[in-house]
Write a protein that binds this ligand. Structure first.
Ligand SMILES: Cc1cc2nc3c(=O)[nH]c(=O)nc-3n(C[C@H](O)[C@H](O)[C@H](O)COP(=O)(O)OP(=O)(O)OC[C@H]3O[C@@H](n4cnc5c(N)ncnc54)[C@H](O)[C@@H]3O)c2cc1C
Length: 386
């Protein structure tokens, strides 16, 4: 398909349908969970899910270049992020690679239609960066596993229908070798979900407790004790297109911020004339340009069907740290306005930047902390000694 025609089709569809769904949520922000779910449902019903999945499994089999265009236009249109991104972005592709035929038939259609929301049960209080230390155990009892333990930081667990869980099935094996990948129905008896509130006031992640939860053996993906390799492959999936919307958003944020700096006055002159602010804006501009070049290289490699390598760590590191810098700069440009309460007339703008600034703190932690990414870059890209 012609890339420009596809771009126009996506742009037109988004403009019409954002207005349509948005009219049902006149007061909602793009972070409102009900609006996010409604738009995602609408998107899936119109066939905009599974863009890269094979057509015989309900996907659209599009090449990576067109998928990148879709994500670019989606971010540019300011469309809300879905709440089933873990289902669409991680579990679906993992099942395509490692699931049995029965698992594909059972689970993929309900991800494509957004009927079943997924969450990811990996991290535990004692196992984050060192994930292979996880202690949630799954003990075989006939045709079931009995799962007990605790997960934490489980995004969307409070709305999820299913969770894919890493659990220890062999306590004697070396730690990477005794882990299995299980699909757990969140309605199973013995599961307790306890919300955790983030510092921006929103509540998106949770603690999840498993107390002797029975999981059918048929819900294990891959072989018993082979879960680590599956989890690592799942983590690298779609890395190429993962950062496209984030980059587009960052570029637009930078553009907006330059306008804010031009419009704000401090000590009798526009903030944009302050030499330090100008210097920091220029630094952010360079960050964005560097990220775009790296993203282009990654997309080209993905288009050649090359496996994503450790360079993904570099782009994650650069994006998360430069995004934090940009939003910290926004706080300094806005000055006192950044901290205004909701009753103040100017608060709308300040509140938006403040929310993004607070959220960005999570970006150097989620999907592998900056220190871990630096270790990967040092050892596997630069070849430094361990
Ligand atoms: C917004 C958000 C959403 C998340 N969603 C999910 C989810 O849906 N499912 C899920 O399973 N998890 C999720 N996580 C958890 C995330 O994967 C972990 O927070 C992350 O892997 C870090 O683990 P930790 O919090 O246990 O920190 P720790 O691993 O305890 O790290 C603490 C500090 O020590 C440093 N450190 C650790 N090891 C090393 C090392 N070898 N070298 C140098 N420094 C080191 C770290 O960089 C960090 O600064 C989410 C996290 C966030 C912030």
């Amino acid at each position: 398909m012609d890339a420009q025609a596809f771009r126009e089709e996506v742009r037109r569809w988004l403009a019409e349908n954002l207005a349509l769904v948005g009219s049902r949520f006149p007061e909602a922000s793009v972070h409102d969970a009900d609006y996010r779910r409604a738009f995602e449902d609408h998107l899936c019903a119109a066939g905009w899910s599974g863009l890269g999945w094979p057509a015989e499994l309900g996907g659209r089999g599009l090449p990576v270049e067109l998928i990148a265009i879709f994500h670019e236009e989606y971010a540019r249109a300011g469309a809300p992020q879905g709440i089933n991104m873990i289902g669409h972005g991680i579990l679906g592709p993992t099942l395509l690679l490692f699931g049995s035929d029965a698992q594909k038939r059972r689970f993929l259609p309900k991800i494509l239609s957004n009927e079943e929301i997924w969450c990811q049960g990996y991290s535990e209080p004692g196992a984050g960066s060192d994930l292979a230390s996880l202690r949630t155990r799954a003990i075989r009892d006939g045709e079931h596993y009995v799962v007990s333990g605790q997960k934490i930081w489980t995004s969307f667990a409070h709305v999820a229908d299913w969770c894919f869980v890493l659990a220890r099935t062999d306590a004697e094996a070396p730690k990477h070798k005794g882990i299995s990948f299980l699909l757990v129905d969140m309605k199973s008896p013995g599961i307790t979900v306890r919300p955790i509130r983030q510092m921006n006031g929103e509540q998106e992640f949770n603690e999840v407790f498993f107390d002797e939860v029975r999981v059918p053996v048929e819900n294990r993906v891959g072989e018993e004790n082979a879960g680590w390799g599956i989890a690592m492959a799942a983590a690298s999936y779609e890395r190429a297109t993962y950062f496209v919307p984030r980059l587009v958003r960052m570029e637009e944020e930078l553009r907006d911020l330059v306008e804010v700096a031009r419009g704000m006055r401090r000590d009798g002159r526009p903030v944009s004339e302050d030499a330090v602010i100008r210097d920091r804006l220029a630094r952010s501009y360079i960050d964005v340009q560097a990220l775009k070049l790296h993203a282009r290289t990654m997309l080209a490699a993905a288009a050649r069907h090359e496996q994503p390598g450790p360079e993904g760590s570099f782009i994650k590191l650069l994006w998360s740290e430069s995004h934090q810098r940009l939003l910290a700069l926004a706080m300094d440009i806005l000055g006192p306005e950044a901290a205004l309460g909701p009753q103040e007339p100017a608060a709308q703008r300040g509140r938006w930047w403040q929310r993004e600034h607070l959220w960005s703190m999570a970006e150097t932690i989620l999907a592998g902390t900056s220190e871990i990414q630096r270790n990967v870059v040092g050892e596997r890209v630069l070849g430094l000694p361990r």
